[in-house]
Design a protein around this ligand. Structure first.
Ligand code: DON
Length: 307
């Protein structure tokens, strides 16, 4: 067995008694049904090998982790003009907060808070019907992961569409400042659907490889983005990927990371590996409690912090 596999097994073993801690997201009714007693980890190294433990092949709702892929896609479509629509600063506020939007005239602080991802969804919609834009996103995620079986969980999308009052408030507020170019229902249709992508830790770790390998997926031997763009997306993940807990995540783990309320986290060890963890119980900031602990242990034991 490889040394890295032993480390991954060790992390799983040491956290096993904590699996189930934290609180499953219940503001999206479909996510409230998920059994909290699950945990998966997958480490994909640049040579294409996987080191996994626990429920690494169980699909879960990637939620906000999808914002990394929509940002990458939108940057490919719009280039750096994207930054005229969305900022690049940590918000210091919760993922679904509305307060800054008023002070800052409807321009979201960064592409990973809900408001920012809604602006990015509006950009991906340009010239498309919502169905086509959603198709583009699914196509892109299948491309970066090299896995055509990845799909949207339509029950989750429907569930959030029926209860996403905060996101409707955010989008309407932005629209009132002239910050959206498409009808709110269309923009949120795209947003809710990409949040509802279902992926396993193994699929997600593979999808994140381009960020660990300077913009190129080394397994598929295909370039996704330039080296410079991969570096910049990683910088944004480090500064903003965990909302108002981004500083704490950088302190504890020291890697670019993006969380989702489904309990998943994608973390990137540049030049080394792409790591996905999943455990549905969340901490008070909406980030996986045991997933964060797993990444903290893994980073300590591998020495993979970027600092
Ligand atoms: O918009 C929402 O509230 C969810 N679809 C995504 C939020 C999320 O994943 C925040 N991450 N920790």
């Amino acid at each position: 067995m490889s040394e890295l596999q032993e480390l991954v097994d060790g992390v799983y073993r040491d956290l096993k008694s904590h699996i189930g801690e934290g609180k499953v997201a219940d503001y999206i009714p479909e996510l409230a049904k998920v059994d909290p007693k699950q945990f998966g980890i997958a480490v994909a190294t640049l040579d294409g090998s996987f080191h996994i433990a626990g429920d690494a092949d169980a699909p879960f709702s990637i939620q906000s982790i999808s914002k990394v892929f929509t940002l990458t896609l939108a940057l490919g479509m719009a280039g750096d003009t994207l930054w005229t629509r969305v900022g690049r600063e940590p918000s210091g506020t919760a993922f679904n907060s509305i307060v800054q939007l008023e002070y800052e005239k409807g321009r979201p602080r960064n592409p990973f808070i809900n408001a920012g991802a809604i602006a990015v969804a509006d950009m991906i919609l340009a010239g498309h019907q919502p169905r086509e834009a959603i198709g583009e996103i699914v196509h892109f995620v299948r491309f970066v992961s090299g896995d055509d079986s990845i799909a949207i969980d339509h029950e989750v999308a429907k569930s959030e569409t029926g209860t996403g009052y905060r996101n409707f408030a955010l989008a309407n507020f932005m629209r009132s400042f002239g910050r959206l170019n498409h009808p709110v229902e269309h923009v949120l249709g795209v947003y809710f659907h990409h949040c509802a992508l279902a992926m396993s830790c193994r699929q997600l770790a593979r999808a994140g490889l381009y960020l660990a390998a300077g913009g190129r997926n080394p397994v598929l031997d295909s370039r996704v983005v330039s080296r410079e763009r991969a570096r910049r997306i990683n910088a944004l993940m480090l500064m903003c990927g965990h909302y108002d807990a981004s500083g704490d995540f950088a302190y504890r783990v020291g890697l670019p990371g993006k969380s989702g309320v489904g309990g998943g986290i994608l973390a990137v060890a540049p030049g080394k590996a792409s790591i996905a963890v999943w455990s549905p119980g969340l901490n008070e900031y909406g980030n996986s409690l045991v997933g964060t602990a797993a990444l903290e242990l893994l980073a300590q034991r591998t020495g993979w912090s970027v600092f």
